[in-house]
Design a protein around this ligand. Structure first.
Ligand code: NA7
Length: 551
């Protein structure tokens, strides 16, 4: 690898520190990017807002937080030694264990010495004369880098809803995505949870165990499949580890980066009894791979209806109060078009005497008061409010940074009508800025670990390619970007996804453009396409040496 190595002493207010690559974020994306770019001999700096590594798993410490992809598959595959030596204790790893794993990786690969913690990137401006990014932080650093890699995560900008009186509440308030590190003792308290997305569905059963009374404020019910979590058995671990390389390779070519029992049949081509048996067996096995029951659950409304109705039936069977069960059974959007959840005793929790479901559809929240939450027809006194209200997903964190490309072009202007990228990796007018699992890539529709590794490896190969040809600047052509955006939209429009008001569509943020942000074409297909782009000499990208990009 023939990249020239650049480094200089720490920044002063006048002279920015000169490095090769700045990486924003020390989650799983940023950590692996650092490791790979070091391998190319580049000088790197990671800037991370938290006090430690782990990204999502650093911030989301709410009770019950755990991964809904199986542990054996939600881990790095790049190091055979790492994947053999690490042991998970449960089928679905809890947040503290994933955070321990992230820390283990940081130690094992000596990553911390290039990570600046408790620091936020405020701006990143491209200087076309020098072909460098100048990055500033909230600690006053100025860093000049040839490459800027945004490993900022897809769900990292926690969102508090603008509810009247929100800040007047005198009790304690928490957001699931910013849970206090020291934990929270909710025992004996009257607790309100706003929201019933994945975070709430994991937290509610655990909070209900502790609280004196739990009130769940639900606007939209969610489809959730029992996770059937349990201890990791040595046999199960061994079947994976004995065959890890091959299983990982297979997973990379699947639809969503997960080796699951995918059934490539239409739900409508089998008799009802067969279909039912299949759904029942997957319900018993548990997990979000329920959506792999048939190949058309996300493209055919009639097929989807069969799965949705099956889940509604299970909810009705689990929840004793028929009225509550009806409120918990989603009916107005197809299953899977909002992120499907995996739970542990979620629906059963509503059978407890100390849990009350408050239906915001019939009686919306009017105000948060000093003492609790007032809906149109009732006031509930509370000691604590938990906002499980989600994130400004996929674009929110990037747009909080003042990012300016060539000729001062602002990313916020470029993305005003929705994110525009080529392959979810780069944007026209923003040379040498890469995104890991950016909008327009499979990202949140996939096993994030698989997608992170694919992007990091692709970026690494790309920089190695550039280095070996004395190229210093890369940027997608406008046409390649336009064509990719059109393709992303076209593929999404053939599915049921756009019919739901989901965060995939930006629908949870008032005023955010309604655009389906991730790429639904499939992890394997997408990977193949990215590989072909590279094999064709980085088709759709302009590369230049020297000081400027050819127009
Ligand atoms: P989600 O899935 O965005 O869920 C947020 C929940 O909060 C959802 O039920 C929302 O209802 C609800 N919400 C948001 N604003 C309000 C207001 N103003 N009033 C009442 N209810 C509200 O976030 P999560 O953190 O659960 O999960 C995010 C992802 O993290 C998840 O998909 C996994 O990939 C990991 P709505 O549906 O908008 O009616």
């Amino acid at each position: 690898m023939s990249q020239t190595k650049e480094t200089s002493p720490p920044s002063t207010t006048r002279e920015p520190r000169q490095i090769d690559a700045l990486i924003v974020g020390a989650g799983f994306g940023g950590m692996f990017m650092l490791h790979r770019l070091r391998g190319l001999g580049l000088t790197c700096q990671v800037v991370e807002a938290g006090t430690g590594v782990g990204g999502t798993w650093y911030w989301n410490r709410y009770p019950g937080a755990r991964c809904d992809t199986e542990s054996m598959q939600y881990s790095y595959s790049f190091s055979p030694e790492l994947q053999q030596e690490w042991s998970w204790t449960e089928r679905y790893a809890p947040q503290p264990e994933i955070l321990r794993y992230a820390n283990h990786v940081a130690d094992r690969f000596d990553l911390r010495r290039d990570i600046r913690f408790e620091t936020r990137v405020v701006s990143a401006h491209f200087d076309a004369n020098a072909n460098r990014w100048t990055v500033t932080t909230d600690k006053g650093d100025r860093i000049s880098a040839r490459y800027c890699v945004m490993a900022t995560g897809c769900l990292s900008n926690a969102r508090l809803p603008d509810i009247k009186g929100r800040d007047s509440f005198q009790g304690a308030t928490y957001h699931t995505g910013h849970w206090p590190h020291e934990g929270v003792d909710l025992s004996g308290k009257r607790v309100g949870v706003i929201g019933t997305g994945s975070s709430a569905i994991q937290a509610i059963p655990v909070i209900a165990e502790a609280a004196a009374h739990l009130f769940v404020f639900q606007r939209t019910p969610n489809y959730s499949i029992p996770a059937r979590n349990g201890p990791m058995t040595r046999e199960y671990e061994h079947t994976w580890k004995a065959d890890y390389e091959q299983r990982r390779a297979q997973a990379r070519m699947t639809r969503n980066g997960i080796l699951a029992n995918f059934n490539d049949q239409s739900a409508l081509e089998v008799p009802e009894t067969t279909r039912r048996r299949n759904y029942e067996s997957r319900w018993v096995t548990g997990g979000t791979t329920f959506m792999a029951s048939y190949n058309d659950l996300i493209t055919s409304k009639a097929a989807n209806d069969t799965a949705a109705e099956f889940v509604r039936e299970q909810i009705r069977a689990l929840v004793k109060d028929a009225k509550v069960a009806e409120l918990l059974a989603p009916k107005d959007y197809p299953i899977g078009t909002k992120r499907i959840c995996a739970d542990t005793l979620y629906f059963e929790t509503y059978n407890r005497d100390n849990v009350t479901l408050v239906d915001l559809r019939s009686s919306p929240i009017e105000e948060i008061t000093a003492t609790g939450i007032r809906t149109a027809d009732h006031s509930t006194d509370l000691d604590a409010i938990v906002f499980a209200t989600g994130f400004d997903a996929m674009t929110g964190t990037l747009l909080k940074i003042d990012i300016r490309g060539r000729d001062g072009a602002k990313l916020s202007d470029k993305w005003e009508a929705g994110p525009r990228t080529y392959l979810g990796l780069m944007c026209a007018e923003f040379p040498n800025m890469f995104m890991i699992t950016g909008p327009g890539s499979p990202s949140v529709l996939s096993n994030m670990m698989v997608s992170i590794e694919q992007h990091v490896d692709w970026i690494t190969d790309c920089l190695a390619h550039m280095g070996s040809r004395q190229m210093s600047v890369i940027e997608p052509t406008q046409k390649a970007e336009d064509d990719w955006v059109a393709h992303v939209n076209e593929v999404a429009s053939k599915t049921l996804y756009p019919s739901a008001a989901s965060w995939y569509m930006g629908a949870n943020i008032p005023g955010k453009p309604r655009v389906f942000m991730p790429y639904i074409g499939g992890v394997g297909r997408y990977r193949k396409h990215c590989e072909e782009v590279a094999a064709k000499g980085y088709e759709g990208f302009m590369m230049a040496g020297g000081r400027s990009v050819a127009a």
